[in-house]
Design a protein around this ligand. Structure first.
Ligand code: SF4
Length: 344
């Protein structure tokens, strides 16, 4: 692998000072705020995360408050963001931080890395941005920049490539402003060195970028091959009993663990089969109408859903029968069911 060009910090910091965006977590970058924002921003776009971040901080402003909260409260604040294991790990890690470190995040990359839900990337981001340590945070954006700077011939899905770039970047950290260097790399990847349309004319690294010299910037990075997603057909039920809707809690482990869902079964049921299913559940179905199709895409799985709305003559205890007011404050439901929840 070609070496990273020297002088990245010197080129990036003045650019970042002039062009860095004003984001909520950049104001008052306490370790707690940096940590929560970095977890939130994994798999979530900045614009989508903004509102969630503000709400999360208002409800749970400290590590202690997060540690003391019920898991369902944390999941409700996360509702719609997806990848809920992030929220559960955040909650667990807060407990560890209170117990082991008296509520203060440790100012050490390794100790951060040992906390639930914190990998190399988040440990580097928190260590550098919150504690100004020379700790790189290498995500897909930073990998793309590095791969382009060096015309890296290897796939960025290869763990060895990631490790090599992380260690090469570590050597480039300036004696001060480590956090600004990490943020500047992130900012460049999010606003200039974009996947399909890099704005090389506005890039402070253009003079040292090997891909730019070739004029074929989008040939890099070399991407890993994606495994095809499994398609899972499902039938989703809006079961109505008076002014209440049935919800069920998902198992405590696995996909969407601990969240609430509309009752559903695997496979696509036609009207007769759906009626039969509602009857088997003990709902005494009185009327049934189709309520549309929807798809939800997870990383490795696609749900292809058909929905039925059923007016029930009974409310069996296997479900929790919720009012609109109850659903507004509790019962976090993942966005996989959004198309149907919108109809309530
Ligand atoms: S010059 Fe273009 S390809 Fe190279 S780092 Fe800058 S934006 Fe990315």
């Amino acid at each position: 692998m070609e070496k990273l060009p020297q002088g990245l910090a010197q080129a990036l910091l003045p650019w970042y000072d002039a062009h860095g965006r004003d984001l909520p977590w950049r104001r008052d970058p306490t370790p707690y705020r940096v940590w929560v924002s970095e977890i939130m921003l994994q798999q979530t776009r900045i614009e989508a995360a903004r509102g969630y971040f503000e709400r999360f901080m208002a409800a749970l402003p400290t590590v202690e408050a997060l540690a003391a909260a019920e898991e369902q409260t944390v999941l409700k604040l996360w509702e719609g963001l997806g990848y809920y294991s992030r929220a559960r790990n955040l909650h667990r890690a807060a407990g560890v931080i209170v117990e082991r470190y008296g509520g203060a995040l440790p100012a050490d990359e390794k100790a951060l890395r040992a906390l639930p839900g914190i990998g190399d990337y988040t440990a580097g981001a928190v260590a550098s941005i919150a504690f100004d340590l020379a700790a790189p945070a290498v995500d897909g954006n930073v990998l793309r920049i590095c791969a382009r700077l060096t015309c890296c011939p290897d796939s960025i899905g290869d763990g060895k490539v990631k490790t090599a770039f992380r260690e090469a970047l570590r050597e480039q950290y300036p004696p001060q402003r480590c956090g600004a260097f990490t943020s500047a790399l992130m900012e460049l990847g999010e606003t200039v060195c974009l996947p399909g349309t890099p704005d090389c004319g506005a890039c402070p690294l253009a003079a040292m970028c090997a891909a730019h010299r070739t004029g074929r910037e989008t040939d890099w990075p070399v991407m890993p091959e994606k495994a095809p997603r499994r398609v899972q057909p499902k039938t989703v039920f809006i079961l109505e009993y008076r002014d209440r809707i049935a919800l069920a809690k998902r198992p405590d482990r696995g996909l969407l663990a601990g969240l609430w869902e509309l009752p559903n079964v695997e496979g696509e049921l036609d009207e007769a089969a759906a009626l039969c299913q509602a009857d088997v559940w003990g709902c005494a179905p009185e009327a049934l109408i189709p309520c549309g199709r929807a798809e939800h895409i997870f990383t490795h799985l696609e749900w292809h859903m058909a929905g039925w709305r059923v007016r029930c003559g009974a409310a069996p205890e296997r479900f929790v029968w919720t009012t609109a007011a109850e659903r507004a404050t509790g019962y976090p439901v993942p966005s996989a069911f959004r198309a149907y929840m919108k109809q309530l």
